[in-house]
Design a protein around this ligand. Sequence first.
Ligand code: SF4
Length: 218
Amino acid sequence: MSPAKAAPQTTTIVYRYRDGLYVNLTNKCPTACRFCIKFTWKMKYRGYDLKLRGHEPSLAEVLDAIETAARERPFAEVVFCGYGESTYRLADMLAVCAEVRRRWPKVKRRLNTIGLGDAINGRPISKELASGLDAVSISLNTADEKQWVHLMNPLREFKTGGFQAVKRFIRECAAEIRDTTVTAVEQPGIDLAACRRLAEELGARWRERELLDDYEDR
Ligand code: SF4
């Protein structure tokens, strides 16, 4: 008898959380956030394996995965949020948004982001985002630049000027997309009141997130 073959490794393109369908577009991050659960949870998330193993899903694969999920059970929103920064794949994300709007017009489209989308793409992208998304949630976590560099632990190219780029991004998104929310994780040493003030000065809504359990939702 030949030995049993190992089950093929599958990649998670979409996964569910509450009433949302989450899209895992990339594992690429501009930051290695010190609080990110991807490190302690080993790229797993509530039964899903979000490690893409070098294969980012194509646009067709993402749309197929959404279609399959929709046949199984409805969802209220599509959220671009995996263990990676979706604005690295801006064009594909917007193409998915256009298809979702066409096929499921009642489904909301949201991006959860670390806020470096302008810096990553080398241009302001808020107008493009506004053409496809209903909501943007930006994980800022601190009002202090030095603390941001420490906490978010960005790649070298985003260390200098990264925090200012995130603030500009928030302001631009807030001007274009009504549901623009700044979030911060409640953790020791963080001045949440200052973070909230900054979010509101930039024109965004504000949401605090609890330690650990909300990390996955950025
Ligand atoms: S929180 Fe997001 S951007 Fe930060 S390391 Fe984790 S997946 Fe990457």
